[in-house]
Design a protein around this ligand. Structure first.
Ligand SMILES: [Zn+2]
Length: 236
């Protein structure tokens, strides 16, 4: 019943959130009201499709591997499988990145938890998923916790909806912000998004963690920040 969620036939508005929201690049530049050139650049930039880069993994990514665990107390086997499928798709999509599952009681870089019901945002929309990230003293990611809400608006999420939510939240966990356009995995709302990990998200995750995942950087030892805070997506 995946179509059900995406069709929005019941005006279902479900937010996917990330706790560490970066500034909208447009907002940041529009503060320079007295500078015409900056305003022009900001407008031009807004017309392009892009995905924001939020964060960069630190030394936990030194061996090219991030570990994850799945909460097995508040979820069914099917729900856990949906999470694993979503994460394995990311794992396969990015060659130099290895996402390895560990026991639910082990230490891990990324944790995926389930929660019953949902929470409302200040705008009255319900949250389908959330990613909370923590940073080391240098500002690099060292931990991410993904929460999947099982029943936004009282509708039980089926496994394909859970898979889409986890793929989106994993995008955040791997360093992405939101896309500024619909029909993309990183669109802010489930209804406006897709379940596909496209070339642009792959490019953005590599860009976010370029110090390790970039073309010839696989032997690198020390993290550094990416050059840009967004990645432009080619139009279809
Ligand atoms: Zn999100």
């Amino acid at each position: 019943m995946h179509r059900f969620i995406l069709s929005g036939s019941l005006a279902l508005l479900v937010l996917l959130s990330v706790s560490q929201n970066t500034n909208n690049p447009g907002e940041a530049t529009s503060k320079n009201d007295d500078n015409n050139i900056d305003e022009y650049v900001a407008e031009d930039f807004e017309e392009k499709n892009f995905i924001q880069i939020c964060c960069t993994w630190g030394i936990d990514l030194q061996d090219g591997k991030l570990t994850y665990k799945i909460d097995d107390l508040d979820s069914s086997k099917e729900q856990q499988d949906a999470v694993r499928n979503a994460i394995e798709e990311w794992d396969l999509a990015i060659d130099p990145l290895d996402l390895g599952r560990v026991s639910s009681k082990a230490q891990s870089d990324i944790s995926v938890e389930f929660r019953d019901g949902s929470e409302e945002t200040v705008d009255g929309e319900e949250i389908a998923g959330r990613t909370v990230t923590t940073f080391d003293q240098y500002g690099f990611l060292d931990d991410a916790t993904v929460t999947v809400y099982k029943e936004p608006y009282g509708y039980k999420f089926d496994t394909s909806a859970i898979e889409q939510v986890v793929k989106h939240e994993m995008g955040h966990a791997l360093g992405l912000g939101h896309a500024n356009f619909d029909g993309n995995l990183m669109a802010k709302r489930v209804n406006d998004g897709t379940e596909d990990i496209s070339e642009c998200e792959i490019k953005a995750v590599i860009e976010a963690n370029y110090w390790k995942l970039g073309d010839s950087n696989h032997d690198n030892t020390y993290p550094y920040y990416p050059a840009d805070n967004s990645v432009i997506c080619e139009s279809e």
